[in-house]
Each structure stands twice: as C-alpha cells, then as structure tokens.
Write a protein that binds this ligand. Structure first.
Ligand code: WT7
Length: 631
C-alpha cells in the first residue's frame, strides 16, 4: 500500500524526509486522496498568531474519500459493523454502498430542515451507526458537527449547544448501557429549554421508548429518512473549511470548542490510521472509544473509512453481560486490530484471567491503547493475556487538539517497550523544555512536551475565541505548541508520557478540568469554597479528590458529601463525580490568596511529609490540620 511504513529503515527514511522537507513529504501523501481541485500550497503557518493553513486552495468533500470512492470500487465491502449492548440482539452491518446511501439521505434530511453550509449541528447520540451517518451527512453538506458525549448532563449539553449556536440537534429516544436505560431525549428536552438557536430536533427511535415530541421542533429520524431522495450532490469545500467542533476541558474556565478543518484532518487521520495500526486491507478493526471523544471521530469514523477499512462500533460497556465482553466481541467478529483505554484494561485485569480460558483471540494482530499513561503491569497483562505475546501494543499519545496520533510505535515496525509511547510519527517534531523554557537536547531527561512544527491534523482554533487558543497553547513557549503534558525521554530517544502538568486530570481516560468541578461544587448551597485535585487511582488512573469548606456546622457530613456527588453528576455528568470529599476548615493559601494545589495533591496522595517550602502560606498550620482531618 502506498505510504505504508513496513520496516524501521522505512520509518527512518520517512521521518528524515518529513523533517527535512515537510512540504514535499505531505504533498505526496495528500495526493493519494480524492480532491475536486488540487491545492496550490502545502503549508503556510506561524505559531505566533497562530495561523496554520494546510493544502490551501484545495477543494474537496471528505465524504468523497471516506465513502464514495469505496462505494464505487468495493460497494459490498462492510464499512461499519455494529455490535449492540445486548449480545443476544442481532448485530448490524453497513456496506460502503449502504453507508453512502444513508449519508446522502441524511444529508437531504438536514437540507430539508434548513441546514446550510457553515451551520452547526449538535449530535447527542448513543454508539449506533446512525451517529456515524449523521456526522458524515453534516460533512457532506458542509455543516459543522459538534458531537457531545451522551454521558454529559443536560446542563453541559446546553452550554455546548449555546456556545456554538447549533441550529439542529440529533439524538435518540434512549439507550441501554449495560443494564441501565438512559433516556437521552429527556436530557435533550431539559437542555433545549434554554437553547434558542435550536430549531429542529431529530429523534432516532432506537429503543421504542415513548417520548414527548414537541410539535414543529421534534421529528423522528425514520420518518424524515423515508421521505427524502437518495440523490445528493456533495458540497465542495475548501481545504480549510471547518469540519467539526469538539468540546474539551481546559485547566481553567469553561470547556472549549476545538475547531478542526477538512483537508489536513483527513490526510492526517488517514495516514496515521494506516501506519500506526499497520492496517491491511480486509482487516477488522475495533476501537472501543465513544464517538463523543476525539478518538471516536478520528479512529472509529474518519481515519478507518478514509482507508476503506471495516470499523466496528460497540454500543455497550466492557462488563456487560460479563467482564468477558470485549474478548467475546473479538472472537465473534474476528477482530484483527483492537484499540482501547488503559482504564478498561486495568478494570478487566482486576477480574483475573479465568474468563479468558474459553476465548480464542487468535484473530488479533495489533493491540492499541490511548487516553492516559499505561502502567507497566497493565501493559504486560494486555500483552501476555490478550495478545499472547504475538501482538505489538501501540501506546498512542495524542490529544483532542492534535486531531490524530503524534507519538506512538508503528505496529510490527517499532521495537516496543512497556509503558512507552516510543517515537514521533513522521512529520512530528517533539521537544522537551525545562522550567526556564529552554529546549533539552540530550536523552535521559524529563521536561514539558512541546511540538515545534505543525502537522496537518492540528486544531486551527478554539471556536469563537482565537485569543484563548493562542494563550493556551502558543504563549508559554514562543514558536511552539505546548501540549500540557510532561514526558521523559530515555537513552533510545523513546518518549514516556508522564501525564498532565496543568490542572487537567484524566479519570478513566475522561478529561476533566479541576476548575469545572470546583465551579459545580461551589454552586451547592452549603459550600463556601472548594479545591479539587487528582489522586492516583488503581483502576481509573486518577480519581477526583475534593476539599470543601462548608458554610454551616456540618452535622451530617455524609449527607452533604452525597448531595455534592449527585449535584456534580447533574451539572457535568456522572464521570466527573468526586470519588473522595474531605470537609476542611481552611485551604492552604498564599498571602495573595492563591490555593497551593501542590500541597493538596500530596495530601490527597497520602503523603504526610515532604511538602517543600510552605513558609509562603498565610497559615502554615493549616497543612497539619487538613492531614489530621483526613480519614
Ligand atoms: C490527554 C489528552 C488522545 C485521544 C484521547 C484523549 C493523555 C492520551 C496518552 C498516552 C499517556 C495520554 C495526555 C493528553 N493521553 N494518550 N498514550 N499516554 N497519556 O484525548 O481527552 O484530549 O486527552 O490524554 O495527558 O494530554 P484528550
């Protein structure tokens, strides 16, 4: 296959070429995709404004590459396998031709409902093929999709809809996750009480739950799809036209809508999918992420489809009906490439290996992980028990902002090392910087991870707030993109990501800003002030630890703690619920009123000494007090 790296020598050649002459390198790769008009320049950029433009003047529609070309050449090939939550229900498949027809129809439904090029469409859907159809239909007509993870609360959904003034929302009546029924439409109804920009709500009747339908506004997906033609001309887009907005947490303030554009994102997700997973035609690929996160966008939908791959979408959870579900799916569908999160591996590891006795798993050829650092123990367990020591693990490091994988082994090419993301992919120029902002050249070091040259998949802005984009990522270190992660680099030049160096935490791979959780907690009537930090958690990677000051005598501390947990679930989503809450009488603050989180992190971590210099605290005694109050 074109542009596929098959040996370490080829990697070295490709990497060198991509650094010495990035434009020639990406030009060649970009030419393998479907264009309506070729671009006139490969890259224009500066990291000061910042301005990043790839494949300028190129014209395309991403559905030409992701669907139409395959619908023409391999119409009967399966594009999507859908595995339902309940294994006793039938699984579904969509061929490339069927997917193409569905997408064209859905595009017509959107047009019929007044959606034009540039309009924003919110997608709040379970993991069903219709979610993929909806995203691709938006892309086909040039509408910008904003997928919101269907685990977010009504309040969070509302904030996201309003931030980008979405005109239409697509949802489903309800979904089962494990044995729990989640009534999505009810959550949407609550959100829409204060979303003036929404004119239409399309409802997929997924579970046949009777739902309230507001006249004029709410329409059933099935009815709409039945009444439109399957002929649709794709909108011709500019290379830099926005493709989607995806909200993610920052260390401060409200979640921000990262804006990704069309051509660069397509080229980068397709190239990295093919290489990182060493994808071979006719393989079955399964990624267990949710489409509400960037992994779902890039490596369930766009990257695999651009390569004409078969991508498996799983609706359920790893522990339903039992903790062998992932392994059953692999055997049932003969999955060759399996991509999941460290937290899932750790939680399944905790159940032991008995359940693996009657699983075959011999179809597997490549394993992947993403979302948070993987510890060596979990890595080894995955390698030995799931991959039977025959499947390389690609520990893929990247972010919502990066669009695609930046540092990762290339399966069957890069020599792997437990818990290391290993080497940068071609086109990626990582640097480690020290606390003074100087680049560290040597190996066997640790520093803050920056990238000093653009790659096609990098986000172009924060929707509606380019200043924030600049200050968050391009201001700490001049002329570099700052990732927010710390990393080690060993004697082989291999990277080992150590985790966030800011106030973002990863709980079961979910990205949560501590400030967001504090804002939610502070809205509770009994709370005066709070400080939230992450603490190491055996399964989840990190858990949320909240220190709170209450405004009245807390006779019933347990009651307040429970209320706060429910309150955070209602405001953000249950994944953001604090695991531990400690009621305190004061917080460690400097004389200028800044909370010293470093100290709180250590207390949450169980450390009793080694707090460093605490003499700048307004009241140094508070540290001892908090420790003694800890249960
Ligand atoms: C943060 C980005 C990448 C898509 C899903 C998460 C952490 C991600 C790894 C990895 C160590 C990792 C980083 C990063 N992270 N992958 N392989 N090893 N850490 O995207 O929600 O935007 O989170 O996830 O801390 O900054 P995201």
């Amino acid at each position: 296959m074109l542009n596929q790296i098959n040996s370490i020598e080829e990697y070295n050649i490709a990497y060198k070429a991509s650094i010495e002459n990035p434009e020639t390198f990406w030009d060649e790769i970009a030419n393998t995709f479907v264009w309506r008009k070729k671009f006139s320049s490969v890259l224009e950029w500066n990291f000061t404004e910042p301005k990043i433009e790839w494949f300028k003047d190129g014209k395309l529609n991403i559905t030409d590459t992701c669907i139409e070309q395959h619908a023409n050449s391999t119409p009967e090939k399966i594009a999507i396998i859908w595995e339902p939550n309940d294994p006793n229900e039938n699984f579904r498949t969509l061929t490339y031709l069927q997917l193409f027809t569905q997408v064209k129809k859905c595009a017509n439904v959107l047009i019929k409902n007044g959606i034009c090029k540039g309009d924003k469409v919110c997608i709040y859907m379970p993991m069903v093929p219709e979610a993929a159809v909806a995203m691709l239909a938006c892309a086909r007509i040039g509408a910008i999709h904003s997928v919101v993870f269907a685990g977010f609360s009504a309040q969070s959904l509302r904030d996201r809809i309003n931030d980008s003034s979405c005109k239409l929302i697509i949802t489903a009546d309800a979904v089962y996750r494990g044995s729990k029924l989640i009534e999505l439409k009810k959550i949407v109804d609550e959100a829409l009480l204060q979303c003036p920009s929404i004119k239409t709500c399309l409802v997929l009747n997924h579970r046949n739950i009777s739902t309230y339908m507001k006249s004029e506004r709410d329409k059933f997906w099935n009815d709409e799809m039945q009444n439109v033609s399957d002929e649709n001309e794709a909108e011709i887009m500019d290379a830099e036209s926005p493709l989607f907005i995806l909200y993610t947490s920052g260390s401060t303030g409200k979640p921000k809508g990262l804006l990704h554009t069309t051509a660069g994102y397509m080229v980068y997700t397709a190239y990295t999918f093919k290489n990182v997973f060493n994808y071979k035609p006719d393989e079955i690929y399964c990624c267990t992420a949710d489409i509400g996160w960037i992994t779902g966008h890039s490596y369930i939908i766009y990257g695999p489809l651009a390569n004409g791959a078969t991508t498996l979408m799983f609706e359920g959870i790893p522990t339903y009906p039992d903790h062998g579900r992932f392994w059953d799916i692999i055997d049932k569908h003969n999955v060759n490439i399996f991509y999941t999160a460290p937290t899932a591996i750790r939680s399944l590891e905790a159940f032991g290996t008995d359940i693996l006795e009657n699983k075959n798993l011999s179809s597997l050829r490549v394993l992947g992980t993403v979302g948070e650092p993987i510890n060596e123990e979990a890595w080894n367990w995955y390698f030995e028990n799931i991959g039977k020591k025959n499947c390389p693990i690609v520990d893929t490091w990247w972010q919502t902002e990066t669009g695609g994988i930046l540092i990762s082994p290339i399966a069957h090419v890069t020599k792997i090392k437990p818990a290391f993301a290993t080497l940068p992919l071609p086109g990626i120029q990582p640097v480690l910087v020290d606390e003074n902002g100087n680049e560290i050249i040597e190996n066997n070091v640790e520093g803050n991870l920056c990238i000093k040259f653009p790659w096609p998949g990098i986000a172009r802005s924060i929707y509606g707030n380019h200043e924030r984009f600049k200050s968050t990522y391009f201001s700490d270190y001049p002329n570099m993109y700052f990732t927010g992660d710390g990393s080690k680099r060993d004697e082989d030049g291999y990277y080992r990501i150590t985790g966030r160096v800011d106030d973002i935490i990863k709980v079961s791979g979910h990205r949560i800003g501590t400030g967001e959780v504090e804002d939610a907690i502070n809205m509770h009537d009994c709370v005066v002030e709070s400080a939230v930090v992450g603490f190491p958690h055996e399964i989840k990677g990190q858990g949320i630890y909240a220190f709170i000051i209450c405004n009245k005598e807390t006779a019933d501390a347990e009651k307040i703690k429970n209320e706060i947990k429910i309150h955070v679930s209602n405001l953000i989503g249950s994944f953001a619920k604090p695991e531990k809450i400690q009621i305190v009488t004061g917080l460690p603050k400097t004389r200028s009123g800044k909370i010293m989180r470093r100290i709180l992190r250590k207390i949450a971590d169980g450390e009793k000494e080694k707090f460093g210099d605490i003499s700048t605290l307004l009241d140094p005694n508070i540290v001892e007090k908090i420790i003694s109050e800890k249960k």
